[in-house]
Design a protein around this ligand. Structure first.
Ligand code: PGA
Length: 251
């Protein structure tokens, strides 16, 4: 991995040649953070990008190199409304790509409930849970091509608390690849706000592909602004960006 250095010491940028190299680095990073910790709090993300990381974590768990038995996981977001058992829900995505394959106790999984009767109440409940733990030890993040983190979409503010939100046209288009058609993409979501993300002791944001290059540029080099929600990480105490050459191409 090649490191790009900036004056801002809180942000580290590591660039790998391929998405696979990035995933291997990220898996080693997560493993190192978890090593020797009995009650680790791990923030997780969905999307195509972390799938390779999760595959590496599964391999490490099966090889006995990483133990999830005392870990609690906290996912960033969930569509709303959606049945958690629906194949397209983030809950099911996590089951498929990580949870089912590692020794993580099911009761240690935390994610907004997509079919709670009242989305706003569910957001409040999740926010309380996140406040009570006082911040995860490590938050895994992706980034949208519009700069979103979680479902914090371009806005005039950095939303602080967990909240319900309408997906932007761009995100609906981007996520339609997981559905049979664009019409089937849920229009709303429950997402951690920037407050819970900023309380994480460390963040690792992974981005690969040319379609992320502008968002990565704006997140790291532009003045922080809620039009690129990921730029809030410029104020975070300890964030590492793991990028492939394409995502890093505008830095
Ligand atoms: P992606 O999504 O990994 O599927 O590109 C990232 C995100 O929306 O955060």
């Amino acid at each position: 991995m090649r490191e790009i250095t900036f004056e801002r010491k809180n942000i580290r940028v590591l660039v790998g040649k391929t998405a696979e190299e990035c995933a291997e680095f990220a898996a080693a990073f997560v493993t190192a953070q978890m090593a020797g910790q009995k009650a680790f709090k791990l923030g997780l993300a969905t999307g195509s990008t972390p799938v390779l990381l999760y595959r590496e974590l599964i391999k490490k768990n099966q090889a006995g190199e990483i133990d999830f038995s005392g870990v609690n996981t906290y996912n960033l977001d969930e569509y709303y409304p959606i049945d958690p058992k629906d194949a397209q829900s983030f809950r099911e995505f996590m089951e498929e790509n990580l949870f089912r394959h590692v020794n993580l106790p099911p009761e240690n999984i935390h994610i907004p409930c997509g079919n709670a009767p009242d989305g706003k109440e569910e957001a409040k409940r999740y926010e309380k849970e996140l406040c009570d733990i006082g911040g995860v030890d490590l938050q895994v993040l992706g980034i949208g091509s519009d700069g979103h983190v979680g479902f914090n979409e371009p806005d005039s503010i950095f939303p602080y608390e967990t909240h319900t939100t309408a997906l932007t046209e761009q995100t609906i288009r981007d996520n339609s690849r997981f559905f049979e058609s664009e019409d089937q993409v849920p229009r709303n979501a429950i997402t951690m706000g920037c407050g819970a993300i900023m309380r994480a002791k460390k963040c690792i944001l992974i981005a690969t592909g040319k379609n992320k290059a502008q968002a990565i540029h704006d997140a790291i080099l532009a003045d922080p602004a809620p039009s690129c929600q990921a730029s809030v990480l410029q104020f975070h105490q300890d964030t590492v960006f793991v990028l492939d050459e394409d995502a890093a191409s505008l830095l």
